[in-house]
Ligand binder design. Structure first.
Ligand code: URA
Length: 195
């Protein structure tokens, strides 16, 4: 089986396994989109209204902003893999609960293990805090964290502000765009074994 098929199968299997109470209120599971061979995996928090309707992550206003930033570094959605910590929309877009994050965590770990990206890009504090306890975004954004993760080995996490939060906040927006533009250089340094 090729990697794309394996990822499709993995997502189908997990979608059947998940028992989350969120299944009662969401329209559909949003597993993820993009390439199984991606160097970059972008991880948000949870699907919103539009994502719930269309079954694809980051297709609302935050998603449009993400697409624009990808364009500035000559990447398309299909070049990377995009997913969320929680794969069902929480009612009224409330923050996901710790038990909801915990239930979807092994699915995300299985996606990361299969894709084996060079870089994990977390969008926002909720995504990052699943990897790093109580992060202070204003200090940690734009930095690379190396973590040894059970079952995965060493991963590199690049912490960014969430595009939905940055969309209407001029300063945060500028910072996010600046941090995002560093991604190609980071990938090159990783490939050369320099970071
Ligand atoms: N915000 C997220 O964190 N994820 C999405 O898929 C959309 C908006």
């Amino acid at each position: 089986m090729n990697k794309e098929k394996e990822l499709q199968q993995l997502n189908q299997d997990w979608a059947k396994k998940i028992k989350s109470p969120l299944l009662k209120t969401c329209k559909q599971i949003v597993a993820g989109v993009g390439s199984a061979n991606a160097d970059i995996m972008v991880i948000g928090e949870a699907p919103g209204k539009k994502e719930d309707e269309l079954g694809e992550p980051f297709v609302g206003s935050a998603g449009k902003f993400l697409d624009q930033m990808l364009e500035t570094i000559n990447l398309k959605r299909s070049d990377i893999y995009i997913t969320n910590i929680v794969k069902c929309r929480p009612p009224d877009n409330r923050d996901p609960l710790p038990e909801e994050k915990a239930e979807f965590w092994p699915w995300l770990m299985a996606q990361i293990k299969l894709i084996n990206p060079k870089l994990i890009v977390t969008l926002g504090r909720h995504s990052l805090s699943s990897f790093v306890p109580e992060p202070i975004m204003s200090k940690i954004h734009g930095t690379i964290l190396r973590k040894d993760m059970p079952g995965l080995g060493k991963v590199r996490i690049y912490a960014l502000y969430h595009p939905a939060a940055a969309l209407y906040n001029g300063g945060m927006r500028e910072t996010l765009i600046k941090d995002f533009k560093k991604i190609p250089k980071i990938i090159k340094l990783i490939a050369k074994g320099e970071i």
